[in-house]
Design a protein around this ligand. Structure first.
Ligand SMILES: Cc1ncc(COP(=O)(O)O)c(C=O)c1O
Length: 397
């Protein structure tokens, strides 16, 4: 008899044969610049913990306190019995931090995009999306059943062409939604959100920015891309982000008008039908917002390290692509070369993963490094010399 689940093993084996399977590395202890990965002490250069907050004492203490006062679970989804005072406090604090009328917290960034985008647009609507947008946006758009038009990466002229075409040929769209990552996670470049906002206004389109990699990094005190470009709140209709990166915890969120958050929580299925965050998570997120407001040195330090790493790596002849942020790809070209370089770095005590096809084009393989404000100057010197030595041995420069 045919095994109905036989494809599971077959497809997995095929991934392993093609070297496309994920080999999980095990982190023992907290995600800090010096950490234990697969039993080896290494320098962490591939975490999104930009500001070192995932192990910050104020966040740890807040989480422990919340367990003592509120227990370990919320007991329900938000609309039934899972909204605690802490959830409401976090949303109010976040809105204040972002300078928005209101904020709403989701279980994750992925759940935000997958839950909200299909409610903003549907059949008879158009989504205009950057070609390099994150997978959670792509899935959200797929769930929407709206039409999708893709514009060339960060190319505002192409965006305007798509918008003009949509008006010319299909004047019947109910709504148009333009959606872009704020900072692109593979290249570390910044979307030209000011120009995109002008194009959106000219064509009467809604604008949604996924600022997962911009918050805690860009703008006044890490307030994100809307602050970076000094945009007015009503120029960007949905500012989306995540607590899983610079904020050091977990959870997605949106900021914008009160109408947006009220609409979003009444309609997003991922929000309505999935358990709310445990108190410790919410309290740690609240403490992260506090730290961003009261300890601006972390963001400053992140940028100082970013500039030094880029300058010295470029000085050694490495190509750092189009990075404008603490996401700094070290371009290598061939997938096999990127994998070899990552292995050599790991042996030397630097943990930085290769990004290869199909995540990026075949000749665009790279090591993606990510800066962390908790790195010391000596850590960075160590990382740069490891790259220098491995790059020389592999004749990559
Ligand atoms: C641009 C972007 N959007 C959304 C997400 C998803 O965020 P979360 O980890 O909170 O689900 C990520 C995380 O990889 C991301 O890079």
């Amino acid at each position: 008899m045919r095994d109905p689940a036989g494809f599971l093993q077959q497809e997995y084996d095929q991934l392993v044969r093609s070297d496309l399977d994920w080999k999980l590395r095990i982190l023992r202890g907290p995600s800090t610049p010096r950490c234990m990965v697969d039993g080896k002490e290494v320098l962490m250069l591939c975490s999104n913990n930009y500001l070192g907050l995932s192990n910050h004492p104020r966040l740890r203490e807040a989480a422990i306190r919340a367990i003592q006062t509120h227990g370990v679970g919320s007991g329900s989804v938000r609309p039934i019995a899972g909204t605690m005072d802490l959830h409401v406090e976090l949303e109010a604090r976040l809105a204040k931090f972002k300078g928005a009328e209101a904020s709403l917290v989701y279980q994750s960034g992925f759940a935000t995009n997958a839950g909200l985008i299909p409610q903003l647009v549907g059949e008879g609507d158009l989504v205009v999306s950057d070609e390099l947008n994150h997978g959670s946006i792509i899935d959200g758009v797929r769930l929407s059943r709206g039409e999708r038009a893709v514009y060339k990466h960060s190319d505002v002229e192409d965006l305007r062409r798509v918008l003009a075409q949509s008006e010319e040929h299909l004047p019947s769209y109910r709504r148009i939604l333009i959606i872009t990552d704020g900072v692109f996670s593979m290249d570390g470049d910044i979307a030209p959100l000011d120009q995109i906002a002008r194009a959106a206004a000219d064509h009467g389109a809604m604008l949604y920015v996924d600022d997962a990699h911009g918050e805690g990094v860009l703008g006044d005190g890490g307030r994100g891309i809307v602050s970076h470009f000094h945009l007015k709140r009503d120029e960007v209709h949905v500012e989306m982000g995540t607590f899983s990166k610079a904020f050091g915890v977990v959870g997605g969120h949106i900021s914008g008008s009160k109408a947006l958050t009220e609409f979003a929580y009444n309609k997003s299925r991922t929000w309505l039908l999935s358990g709310s965050h445990p108190p410790a998570v919410v309290a740690a997120c609240l403490a992260a917002v506090d730290v961003l407001e009261s300890e601006p040195q972390h963001v400053r330090r992140l940028w100082a390290l970013t500039e030094r790493f880029k300058r010295e790596m470029q000085g050694l002849g490495f190509d750092t692509g189009r990075s404008q942020t603490p996401i700094i790809p070290v371009m290598v070209g061939e997938s096999s070369a990127a994998k070899q370089l990552s292995q050599r770095l790991f042996q030397a005590g630097v943990f930085a993963l290769p990004i290869v096809f199909p995540m990026v084009a075949k000749n665009q393989a790279r090591i993606r490094t990510i800066m962390n404000s908790a790195l010391t100057d000596e850590d960075l010197t160590f990382a740069i010399s490891a790259f220098e030595k491995a790059g020389r041995e592999l004749k990559l420069r």
